[in-house]
Design a protein around this ligand. Structure first.
Ligand SMILES: C[S@@+](CC[C@H](N)C(=O)[O-])C[C@H]1O[C@@H](n2cnc3c(N)ncnc32)[C@H](O)[C@@H]1O
Length: 461
């Protein structure tokens, strides 16, 4: 094996025959791999011909590293050789390396070659070809070639074009990203969220965390059919998407529900709400980020296997459900999370850092909560984690299905603002009474009817 110093000194000597010998295909594979991997930057004038015999080596890693080194030279004299190589290479990674090497030349002569890869059957080869062509944007031949990809069946290729559109489109938000309108801060609207949405402009909230009504499992909301239920949630989350700021998060807590049987001649029916909602959410522009599982202790589960426990007959097993889904989505954008972070000043970022121990896995063990004023609350700890992980201090946190106000209470505790909607006056009254009685929250919030909320929005916007 050669030392780095030896390789570096030979690289700088144009008369050296060192590489011709050291890179001869007859050399031991391990020596070839080590040298090819340690070549580093190649100086101008380096004789790239030494790599060409290795393009025919039986070891695909050697072929790949040889191509990579040819690519470093960005020399269009290798265009034909690399093009033929990419056409015939069977190893997909090596093939992509060859296309990348062609792209790195940034030569107009490479346009027809890269264009031909746009019709490949491997989407990653297409993306590699596309990447090589991006520096020729506006070139008529390239523009025409790219049009065939707009309707491509592969989602990553189509996404490339969608991102281009959003990069160029200006966000129509009137506020700077960290700001939110005063009219929405620390407000509970006592109304149906579908009416409230009509008063909220695009890109108003930073984070939504919610747990929607269960499909006919509790008696506070009854839907005509499961489809009507899913359609209702779809409309609410489409509107949530509209009012969410660019690249910000939506966290949905649901679980499959059982609607009990109505006679002994029927069985109970189980509805897989998280799984049925997921494709609807991604279709409307939420990008899937994480599937967190909230795990409750066993005692919290309804016992479903009393019968099975006795008779142990196959097909009758029913698992006691100790989990709920906490699905994390981000409003789709071409911008990276870094862009979102850069919207905040250093002080806010520093103050919002998550302190101390935190759960590193997607399995969150949290005890369930009960509340005498509401039949289906989520625990403070769950809201607290979500709010800390997915928002900054001073952000506006939205919950379309406010219930007992857990999201609002935790948002205040975490120095964020909240906007909640709750349709049942009984629950709104309960939140008002509890918070009024607390020194912590009493002066911090407003409960508004739809009419008053409308007035408030019109006056302050
Ligand atoms: C599962 S509970 C939310 C509980 C809440 N996460 C908590 O911790 O208290 C769902 C709530 O959504 C409310 N709700 C149902 N349909 C609604 C609608 N169209 N607009 C506003 N609230 C609604 C229900 O009254 C119920 O209080």
């Amino acid at each position: 094996m050669f030392t780095k110093a030896q390789i570096d000194s030979e690289k700088l000597n144009p008369d050296s025959t060192f590489f011709k010998e050291a890179l001869a295909p007859t050399q031991e594979a391990s020596k070839l791999l080590s040298l090819l991997d340690n070549l580093g930057r190649l100086p101008a004038g380096f004789n790239g011909e030494v790599f060409i015999p290795l393009l025919f080596h039986p070891n695909n890693k050697i072929r790949r590293l040889a191509v990579k080194n040819v690519g470093k030279l960005k020399d269009e004299c290798f265009l034909e050789k690399l093009s033929t190589f990419a056409d015939n290479e069977t190893d997909t990674l090596t093939r992509r390396e060859a296309i990348s090497a062609i792209g790195r030349m940034r030569s107009e002569k490479a346009i027809p070659i890269l264009t031909q890869f746009l019709t490949d059957t491997d989407p990653k080869v297409i993306l590699q070809g596309l990447r090589g062509l991006l520096c020729f944007k506006g070139h008529p031949e390239v523009e025409e070639a790219l049009t065939i990809l707009r309707e491509h069946p592969n989602e990553m290729i189509r996404e490339h074009f969608e991102n281009e559109k959003t990069v160029n489109a200006r966000s129509d938000s009137r506020e700077s990203h960290p700001m939110s309108l005063d009219a929405f801060k620390n407000v509970i609207v006592s109304a149906d969220v579908q009416d409230v949405f009509k008063l909220i402009p695009d890109e108003s909230v930073h984070l939504t965390f919610t747990s929607p009504p269960y499909y006919n499992a509790r008696d506070y909301t009854i839907f005509e059919s499961y489809k009507a239920y899913l359609d209702f949630l779809t409309n609410v989350f489409k509107e949530t998407h509209r009012i969410t700021k660019e690249g910000r998060f939506f966290v949905l807590n649901t679980s499959p529900v059982i609607v009990p049987r109505f006679s002994r001649a029927h069985s109970s029916k189980r509805y897989a709400i998280p799984y049925d909602m997921h494709p609807r959410l991604t279709d409307m522009g939420w990008e899937f980020i994480d599937d967190i599982v909230w795990i409750k202790p066993e005692y919290a589960a309804k016992n479903r296997n009393g019968g099975f426990f006795q008779h142990r007959k196959p097909l009758c097993y029913k698992a006691n459900s100790v989990t709920e889904s906490v699905m994390v989505y981000r409003k789709k954008t071409s911008k990276l999370i870094d862009w979102n972070l850069r919207q905040y000043d250093d002080e806010t970022v520093e103050a919002s850092k998550v302190q101390g121990e935190y759960e590193k896995s997607n399995a969150w063990q949290i005890n369930p909560a009960t509340d005498k004023g509401h039949p289906a609350v989520f625990p403070t700890e769950l809201a607290s984690r979500v709010i800390q992980f997915y928002s900054f201090k001073g952000d506006l946190i939205f919950d379309p299905f406010g219930g007992s106000g857990t999201v609002g209470r935790v948002a205040m505790e975490q120095e964020r603002y909240f906007l909640l909607c709750e349709k049942e006056p009984e629950y709104v009254e309960y939140v008002k009474k509890t918070w009024d009685a607390s020194l912590l929250y009493s002066s911090e919030f407003k409960v508004l009817s739809l009419t008053d909320f409308k007035k408030n929005v019109l006056e302050r916007c």
